[in-house]
Design a protein around this ligand. Structure first.
Ligand code: PCA
Length: 212
C-alpha cells in the first residue's frame, strides 16, 4: 500500500486554528496509509521537520496543505519559486525579505502531482477547485520549494505538491466577507486529491477533455 505524508501548519497571524491542520488530522484518522504531521509556521523549522518526517516515513507521496485566507477554492499549486519575501513575521519572529529558499538551486520547481486531474476530480465531485500558478512567497511557498528540491535531489520517485485551502466556516465569523468552506468538504477534497494522485501517474490535458 502506498504511503502518503500529509502536512498541515500550526495557526499563524492571530488565527486560533489553521484549517490545514484540522483537515490533515481528520484525513489521517480516516485512512490507514496516510500519516499527518503538523509543521511549524516558521521558515527554518518547517523544512527541517518536513525532511525529518520524510526520512522517517519514506512516503510515496507528500502533500502539504496551507491556509490561504481569502480564497474560495482548493488551490492546487503548480509552481514553487526560490524566493522568500515575507510581508509579516513568521511564528518565530523571522521575516526574510528577498532571500533564496535554497541558495544555488533552480529558480522554480513544478509540483509532481497530477494537478489538472485533481482539479477535474474535485470539480466533478462538486467541490470548488482551481489550478494556481503561485503559492506566494511566505512559509507555504518556502515549504513547497524546499519539498520539491529535497525530493528532486533525494527521493525522485516520491511525488510532491501543495494545496492551499480557504478559511474554515468558524474562522469566517472573524473575517467579514471572507469565503469559507466546511470541514467535511475540505476533508473530502483532500481525500480526492490523494486518491487521484495514487491512481494517476500522469496528468490530464485539455485534449483529453479535462475540465480544469
Ligand atoms: N499559510 C501560510 C503559511 C502557513 C499557512 O497555513 C502561507 O500561505 O504561506
Amino acid at each position: 500500500m502506498k504511503k502518503v505524508l500529509l502536512t498541515g501548519f500550526e495557526p499563524f497571524n492571530h488565527e486560533p486554528i489553521n484549517p490545514s491542520w484540522e483537515v490533515a488530522k481528520v484525513v489521517a484518522e480516516q485512512s490507514e496509509n496516510v500519516v499527518a504531521v503538523q509543521l511549524p509556521c516558521a521558515f527554518d523549522r518547517a523544512l527541517t521537520e518536513l525532511f525529518a518526517n520524510i526520512e522517517a516515513i519514506q512516503p510515496d507521496v507528500v502533500i502539504c496543505i496551507g491556509q490561504a485566507g481569502g480564497v474560495a477554492n482548493l488551490q492546487i499549486e503548480r509552481v514553487a519559486i526560490n524566493l522568500n519575501d515575507a510581508t509579516i513575521p513568521d511564528n518565530a519572529g523571522q521575516q526574510p525579505i528577498d532571500t533564496a529558499v535554497v541558495p544555488n538551486a533552480p529558480n522554480a520547481y513544478f509540483a509532481t502531482l497530477p494537478c489538472k486531474a485533481i482539479v477535474q476530480a474535485l470539480k466533478t465531485a462538486g467541490i470548488p477547485a482551481a489550478l494556481s500558478l503561485s503559492a506566494g512567497s511566505y512559509v507555504c511557498n518556502h515549504t513547497m520549494f524546499g519539498l520539491l528540491d529535497y525530493l528532486a535531489k533525494n527521493a525522485p520517485n516520491c511525488r510532491g505538491g501543495f494545496i492551499h485551502i480557504p478559511f474554515l466556516l468558524e474562522q469566517g465569523v472573524r473575517h467579514r466577507n471572507a469565503p469559507t468552506m466546511a470541514l467535511d468538504t475540505l476533508v473530502q477534497g483532500i481525500q480526492i486529491a490523494i486518491q487521484t494522485t495514487l491512481t494517476k501517474e500522469t496528468d490530464l490535458h485539455i485534449a483529453d477533455g479535462a475540465i480544469y
